[in-house]
Write a protein that binds this ligand. Structure first.
Ligand code: ATP
Ligand code: MG
Length: 255
C-alpha cells in the first residue's frame, strides 16, 4: 500500500460517447475522487475530444483534463521510458498477443502501455480507478516503476489499481465480448446519453435465455447490470425483470 495521500488518475479514449461499461466499470467512481481524469487523445489519431470531455463533465466528473494539452511533456516522458522498457514486458500483454498477428496491428499496439504508464507517472497517480480489463496495464506500469527504481531513484509514486467490485459489463448482443465503444453495432451498448426510449429499446432487444434460472452469459450480464444499478428483487419472468431494469437505468443515468 502507498503511504501517501491518494491521487486518483484515470483516462478514457476520446470516442465521444460514454457507455454503460465505462460508466459502471470506471467513470461512476471518478465523480467522488480527488485527482485527474483525462481524455486520452494521444492514444489514437483523431477522436471526439470535446464531446468526450463534456460527456465526462455531464457524468459529474470534476477535474477533466485533455491529455494533449500536456502533449510535449507526456511524449517526452514516453520517449524516455521507451529506453528503459524491457520488450519482454510488452510482449506479455494480452491485447498485444491477441491482435499482433493481424495486418492491422501497429507499433502503437505494442507500445501504448508505455504511453499509459507515462500518463500515470506524469499526472502523479498513486491510485488508478479502472475497469478490470485494465488490470494488466496497471501491473505493467508497476513493473516499469520497479525497473526505474532498480536503475536509480525515481520521483514517481508506485501506482496501484483500484478496481474494487466494479463490474465488467458485456455486450448486449454478444455477451462473450465486453461492451465496447469500438463495436460497430449500436445495439450492443447503452450510452449514458441515450434517452429513456432508446434504453428501453436496447434492453428489450437484449438476448436472454429461456428461463430466468438459466446460467448463460447473456442472463448473467443483465443480472450484473441490474445489481450494479441497485436492483435487489427476484423476478419470475424476463419481461418484468427488464421493465424494472429499464426504470433503474433511467434513474441511474439521469443522476
Ligand atoms: P475501446 O474499445 O476503444 O478500448 P472502451 O469502451 O474499452 O473503448 P476505454 O476508453 O478503453 O473504453 O476505457 C475507459 C474505462 O472504461 C477504463 O477504465 C476501462 O477499464 C473501462 N471499461 C471499458 N469497457 C468496460 C466494460 N465493458 N466493463 C467495465 N469497464 C469497462
Ligand atoms: Mg478499452
Amino acid at each position: 500500500m502507498n503511504n501517501v495521500t491518494p491521487r486518483y488518475v484515470s483516462g478514457i479514449r476520446p470516442t465521444g460517447e460514454i457507455h454503460l461499461g465505462n460508466y459502471l466499470g470506471a467513470v461512476r467512481r471518478w465523480r467522488s475522487l480527488e485527482g485527474v481524469f483525462f481524455v486520452a487523445d494521444l492514444h489514437g489519431l483523431g477522436g471526439a475530444v470535446q464531446e468526450t470531455a463534456e460527456s465526462l463533465s455531464r457524468c459529474g466528473v470534476q477535474n477533466v483534463v485533455v491529455e494533449s494539452d500536456h502533449k510535449a511533456d507526456i511524449l517526452e516522458l514516453y520517449h524516455q521510458l521507451s529506453f528503459l522498457t524491457p520488450t519482454v514486458l510488452l510482449g506479455r500483454m494480452t491485447q498485444f498477443k491477441d491482435k499482433s498477428a493481424s495486418e492491422m496491428a501497429t507499433l502503437s499496439l505494442f507500445a501504448y502501455p508505455v504511453l499509459m504508464a507515462a500518463d500515470i507517472f506524469y499526472f502523479g497517480g498513486t491510485h488508478i480507478p479502472v475497469g478490470s480489463d485494465q488490470m494488466q496495464h496497471i501491473e505493467f506500469a508497476r513493473d516499469l516503476w520497479d525497473v526505474l527504481r532498480a536503475r536509480g531513484s525515481t520521483s514517481f509514486e508506485k501506482p496501484e489499481a483500484v478496481i474494487g467490485d466494479s463490474p465488467r459489463i458485456m455486450s448486449l448482443t454478444d455477451a462473450t465480448r465486453k461492451m465496447s465503444k469500438s463495436d460497430p453495432d449500436e445495439m450492443s451498448r447503452i450510452n449514458v446519453s441515450d434517452p429513456p426510449d432508446v434504453i428501453r429499446q436496447k434492453v428489450r432487444a437484449a438476448k436472454t435465455s429461456m428461463s430466468m434460472a438459466d446460467d448463460t452469459p447473456e442472463a448473467n450480464n443483465l443480472r450484473t447490470i441490474y445489481r450494479a444499478v441497485g436492483g435487489t428483487r427476484v423476478h419470475e419472468r424476463w419481461p418484468t425483470f427488464k421493465a424494472e431494469l429499464v426504470d433503474l437505468l433511467i434513474v441511474e443515468l439521469a443522476a
